[in-house]
Structure formats: C-alpha cells, structure tokens
Design a protein. Structure first.
Length: 298
C-alpha cells in the first residue's frame, strides 16, 4: 500500500507541467498507525504565503514569553500598505488594529500588509532564529512581502527569496499539534486562526465546507495556510476527521500555468494530492476511532 501512494503521487507529478512535492504524517487515529509519506519532501520551494505560518507561531511564542501583547494596538501607516492579497491596503492610514487582529488577517485573508506589520513587531531575525531552533532546515524569511526597493533587506536586494519545504512545514505542524512550541492556550488559538483561512486547497476535493465549520456541523476540519505566486501553489495544514488527524504539506513550483484562476493547474494538483493522501489514510466506513482527531475549536 505504501508503494501505491508513492506511485500515485509520482503519476500526478509526471502529468503536471511543474514540480510536485508532498509530506504527510499521521497525528491521531487511523493515520497515526501508518508510515509517514515523503515525496520530494526535503526539496526547497519558494515560500509564497506559507511563510506566514512560522511567523504566526513565532508571534505566539513571544506572547507566551511575555514579549508581545495580543491586545496592543498598532497604527496603519501609509508606507505599510503593499500590494498582493489582503484588505488593509484598501484602508485609510490611521486605523489601529490589535496584534491579534493583524495575525488573524495575515492568515485568514493572507493579508500582506498585516504580515509586514507583524514582521516589524516580531522581528525578522527572531523568525529565522526560531525556525533554525525548531529544526526547519529549508525555512527562511528573506524580508517583508511585496516590499518596494527602499524597504527590502540586504538578502532581498541580493536576490534571495523566502523559502520552505514540505518536510519543514509538516515538522512545524507536528510540533504545534503536540504542544512542543506553544502553551496550550496559544496552541489552540493558532489552530483556530488557521482553521478560518479562506483559501484552502487541501479541502477542495474533500467536500470541505467552511460554512459548516462555522456552524459547528462539519465532519472535516482543516487548519492550514496556503500560498500562491506565479507558477507556485502550496497548502500546508492539519486535517482532522472523525477517524483521525494528520499533518500535510503539498507544494508545487515551475508550473506553466502562471495565472490566478479557480482552475489553475497547480491548485488542481494540490487538491488532487490532498485527496490521494486522504483516501490512502482515511477509511470513511470505519471512522468512529477512539483516538481520532482533537477538537480544534476554541
């Protein structure tokens, strides 16, 4: 069976115009009784907005240490506003949002302006130092997102870009799930924020319904962070079902389809890879597992 999932991922990769990589690890229930899956898992990829996951975790780590206050209000300046995803770029300067609000916007709508405001508060070097201490070998935050030349870091001016790998993100999600980095209160709040992001690719072929999640009627819950730039599509997260839970990271790069439509080739490949892992690990006819997935609600 383990060979069959790798064969299926290889076939999907061969039919894709770009490069696919996948890492997955069972955390509870049925998936936890199966070997981890790694397909090009250690390969380095452009991070896109997936870099916001380690930024989020580092922010809450500093909250746990008493260095940051989630209720602190941070004013939006004209120079903070950058392009790409998000809503803060549409607002007038002067709005003062709490750090918690900025962290939520950074994940839920992948707000680039909010992300840069968080980086200013948390510290770029702190994110990279923590990534190294967590054993994330390919994870690197090069600088603020969508920054104009005058706000770029030396690394960015040298052409470096933020990077991640599937293996790194599954290791981070596993440590988050197991409570190895954050306090229980912070861990649950981080998972709750990740569970509200609007751009899940992992759930596209799984019948994932965010409205059902908000109503408390969903059988499937996904706490994840996606990322999209031209030719690149990622989604990394924890998928929880009645049968168990698992961490998964699916990444693509170098796709010929560089557009931003619902039918983007990379998005379809991420969704299909997610379905392959789900079908490999989850038996929907035997989902009453006493060791199933934890409650991710707060």
């Amino acid at each position: 069976m383990e060979g069959s999932i790798h064969d299926a991922l290889r076939k999907l990769d061969q039919e894709f115009s770009g490069t696919l990589a996948v890492a997955a690890r069972g955390l509870a229930g049925q998936p936890a009784r199966r070997p981890a899956i790694a397909y090009r898992a250690g390969e380095t990829f452009p991070a896109a907005s997936v870099i916001k996951l380690p930024i989020l975790v580092e922010a809450y780590r500093q909250v746990d240490e008493g260095r940051l206050d989630l209720s602190e209000r941070i004013p939006l300046r004209a120079e903070d506003r950058v392009g790409g995803s998000g809503v803060l770029k549409e607002l007038e300067p002067g709005a003062a949002l709490t750090l918690r609000d900025l962290l939520t916007l950074m994940i839920v709508v992948s707000d680039n302006t909010a992300t840069n405001m968080v980086i200013d508060r948390v510290g770029l070097e702190a994110v990279n130092a923590s990534a190294r201490s967590w054993g994330l070998e390919q994870t690197f935050l090069a600088g603020p997102l969508m920054a104009p030349p005058e706000r770029q870091t030396p690394a960015q001016r040298e052409g470096r870009r933020s990077t991640v790998s599937p293996a790194d993100m599954v290791d981070l999600l596993t440590a988050l799930h197991r409570g190895q980095i954050l306090s229980e209160a912070s861990r649950r709040e981080v998972l709750a924020i990740l569970g509200r992001q609007h751009f899940s690719l992992l759930g596209r072929e799984l019948g994932y319904d965010l409205d059902a999640v908000e109503a408390g009627t969903a059988r499937l819950r996904i706490a994840s962070k996606s990322g999209s730039i031209a030719g690149v599509r990622h989604d990394v997260g924890i998928i929880t079902t009645p049968a168990g839970a698992y961490a998964i990271a699916v990444m693509t790069k170098d796709a010929q389809d560089r557009g931003f439509t619902f039918h983007n080739e990379g998005e379809r490949v991420v969704a299909r890879a997610s379905r392959l892992i789900y079908d490999h690990w989850i038996d929907e006819d035997d989902d009453a597992d006493p060791d199933g997935g934890e409650d991710l609600t707060v």
